[in-house]
Design a binder for this molecule. Structure first.
Ligand SMILES: *Cc1c(COP(=O)(O)O)cnc(C)c1O
Length: 394
């Protein structure tokens, strides 16, 4: 059975060039990057070369790149690091953080934890298209606001958020701005100065690199408490012996992303658009979630009337098509995806949603295979579904 992978927002395949680059650092070049001898220096050189590649991809200075274990750590480091280091905004010692209701759990649950520690948090909600209005962020700003954190691209519907606009607001008020750019880096151009961010999270396994490696961009002068305590690695911001193979993989992935961005973007967007048009043309009661004019090139989220996303995912898996109902980290949960309900979708429409996320290694043939499988599966499940019969009779 030909298999098609359309779950690139959960994780991407490792690029062959990345795997090749990493191998040497698992074998002969195994040194500790902090050691003074030859082995150590081989590892140190590789880490610094990767730092330059990551910095280059996002328009940063290599000194502003901190390697972490991935997107979750970079997000937590930003939320807790800024809240911890910030001088309280008022004499009462109160601190306030602004985020959104469509963040990845790595930001959302970190913010909730801050609340339980006495920090006030405002969760800005998006419009029905899944895009945050920068004016709503502006209205939420208080004298004691110490951090704004808004994701760049949403992982479930793919909407791009107005981070550059929020960056100008944050600059004017001297408030630290973080963006979770895990789903954007490598998919759309991302430059830290154009965005005006002080902190930016990225993750290797969302851009054809290995799992367990990521980075946090920290603008020079940003006050940030460390999350962990230990050695003097990463400019005293992140202790622990560097994950040299993972970092090398991330560096190679960043280098490839910079070379391939324009071509990949166009090719992937055209396949995604063909998949979307094909679904809407062949299947009744299908609607696209997320404002298509503010959407990254690879993501398509569709609700199918009368159906459950989980049933679709399972049936499609049996047909060789891998996709999801939304974030991989919430699969198994009976609650509808929080991003869709935050956008105002009914629970039924949110539960009937499917996320199809494309990547560099998909082909036009994959789109044909998926279209056929989706059409077949939707028809079969609907024939069995009492919900759809009722909806159809109305
Ligand atoms: C995947 C993802 C994360 C978490 O990154 P990990 O490297 O898996 O910890 C954070 N934010 C977004 C938007 C993501 O898609």
């Amino acid at each position: 059975m030909p298999r098609v992978y359309l779950d690139n927002n959960a994780t991407t395949p490792v690029a062959p060039e990345v795997a090749d680059a990493m191998l040497g650092y698992l074998r002969e070049d195994f040194g500790n990057a902090s050691s003074v001898h030859w082995y150590g220096q081989r590892a140190r050189d590789a880490v610094e070369q990767a730092r330059e590649a990551v910095a280059g991809l996002i328009g940063a200075d290599p000194k502003e790149i901190i390697f972490t274990s991935g997107g979750t750590e970079s997000d937590n480091m930003s939320v807790f690091g800024v809240a911890g280091a910030a001088r309280a905004g008022t004499s009462s010692g109160a601190k306030h953080v602004i985020t959104t209701s469509i963040e990845h759990p790595a930001v959302l649950y970190a913010a909730r934890e801050l609340e339980s520690r006495g920090v006030a948090v405002t969760y800005v909600t998006p419009g029905s298209g899944g895009v945050i209005d920068a004016n709503d962020v502006a209205r939420a700003i208080r004298a004691e606001t110490v951090l704004i954190t808004v994701m760049l691209a949403n992982n479930e519907v793919g909407t791009l958020q107005p981070v550059a606009e929020i960056g100008r607001l944050a600059r004017e008020r001297a408030i630290t701005l973080h963006t979770d750019a895990v789903q954007a880096v490598g998919k759309v151009p991302v430059k830290v100065d154009a965005l005006g961010v002080d902190l930016l999270s990225l993750s290797a396994h969302k851009l054809y690199g290995p799992k367990g490696a990521g980075a946090l961009y920290v603008r020079k002068g940003t006050r940030l408490d460390p999350l962990m305590h230990g050695g003097h690695h990463e400019r005293d911001r992140r202790p622990g012996t560097e994950n040299v193979p993972g970092i090398v993989g991330l560096g190679k992935a960043a280098e490839l992303a910079a070379q391939r961005l324009d071509g990949d973007m166009q090719r992937i967007a055209s396949m995604r658009d063909r998949l979307q048009a094909g679904i809407l043309e062949r299947i009744e009661g299908a609607s696209v979630n997320g404002d298509a004019s503010h959407r990254q090139p690879n993501t398509l989220n569709v609700s199918f009337e009368g159906l459950k996303g989980e049933s679709l995912v399972m049936a499609l898996d049996l047909e060789g098509v891998a996709c999801s109902t939304g974030a991989a980290c919430s699969s198994g949960s009976t609650e509808p995806p929080h991003v869709l309900t935050a956008m105002g979708l009914s629970k039924d429409a949110a539960r009937g949603s499917l996320r199809l996320s494309l990547g560099r290694y998909n082909s036009e043939a994959d789109i044909d295979t998926s279209l056929k499988a989706i059409t077949r599966v939707v028809a079969r499940l609907r024939a069995l579904s009492p919900h759809y019969a009722t909806a159809g009779a109305q």
